[in-house]
Design a protein around this ligand. Structure first.
Ligand code: G3H
Length: 195
């Protein structure tokens, strides 16, 4: 059985500041994760010649993948983080203070809430469809380096979790979630490479 390895990008500078969206580079901790991830992947997929690395088109995932050698890398726009529209670049405190109605509607229905000029979780789930189709077709392992909201949706699909849970699933930084699809169902392992 072929594994699918899911991970968020290494911690970004915007993660440190609590800002959503943007296209920032990695923090020092994030840089360290990219090296640890690369060591892990090169060992884990040593004899897997047909494996590939999929990232989003945002710098933080491309930089996280950059030390990994020996596998083709594919960038997908569909793996980009949820588009926070007018809230892009803000932190949650600023959204709550400056746009309290928006903040509250999101609290009430995080799955359906769509950022003005941006996306909802349902939008993200829909745009992931071609990625999922392609993942299902792969015979070789795939490493997906993406973002929290996107990975919540991908994980929920493979782990068969209900739609309403998706916006609340925990997908921690610096952790690899390995999913194995076998005849008996889906098996999951987690590798926490650092805090
Ligand atoms: O930047 C967006 C976050 O990764 C998604 O977090 O949907 O829990 O606000 P949230």
């Amino acid at each position: 059985p072929r594994p699918i390895l899911l991970t968020r990008h290494g911690e970004s500078r915007d993660n440190v500041r609590g800002r959503i969206g943007g296209d920032s580079v990695l923090s020092d901790a994030g840089e360290l994760y990219s090296k640890k991830l690369s060591n892990f992947i090169e060992k884990r997929l040593k004899s897997e010649r047909a494996a590939s690395i999929w990232t989003s088109t945002l710098q933080r995932t491309i930089i996280t993948a950059s030390p990994i050698a020996g596998f083709p890398k594919i960038q997908w726009r569909a793996l980009d983080e949820i588009n926070a529209g007018v809230c892009d670049g803000m932190n949650y405190k600023e959204i709550k203070k400056n746009m309290p109605e928006e903040y509250e509607s999101r609290e009430k229905d995080k799955l359906r809430y769509r950022y003005p000029r941006g996306e909802s979780y349902l939008d993200v789930i829909q745009r992931l469809e071609p990625v999922i189709i392609e993942l299902e077709r792969q015979r070789a392992p795939v490493v997906v380096i993406s973002h929290q909201a996107v990975l919540r949706a991908l994980y929920a699909y493979f782990a068969d979790r209900p739609l309403k849970e998706i916006p609340h699933i925990e997908v921690p930084l610096h952790t690899i979630i390995e999913i194995q699809m076998g005849v008996t169902g889906v098996q999951e392992k987690r590798y926490k490479l650092m805090d």
